[in-house]
Write a new protein. Sequence first.
Length: 133
Amino acid sequence: IEGDSERARKYYESCVRLDENYYEAHLKLALLFMDAENFEFARYHFKKLRLLNPLKVNTDKFLGESYLRERKFRKAIEVLRNGLKLFPNDVENLYFLSLAYGNDGGRKGIGQLHGQIRLPFSDLVDGLEELLP
């Protein structure tokens, strides 16, 4: 199925018809629709994922990205802020939120993010700084 998005879409849609709670099929469909820039269908499947298991994947990050790509910045901010409640260390979520604030003219919102963004390798860098003369 890899490389053939139409065939993959049909396969995963048939999986969902057999089991409407099939998490992985909804995830694959959401990602396929994001790639095809069919954001309405992508959001449907991301919302279904949130209902099935809200702690498995930060679906709000993907929902926020879809709103960003449609230039719906206020909706993106709303959704991405919600994503930070469950996934406070999700760097991509913070990145998308900073883009949404920047495009919405929200300098104040960007200021609120200051100090929250900490890249995963920053602990290593901090440790190396202590070793330098």
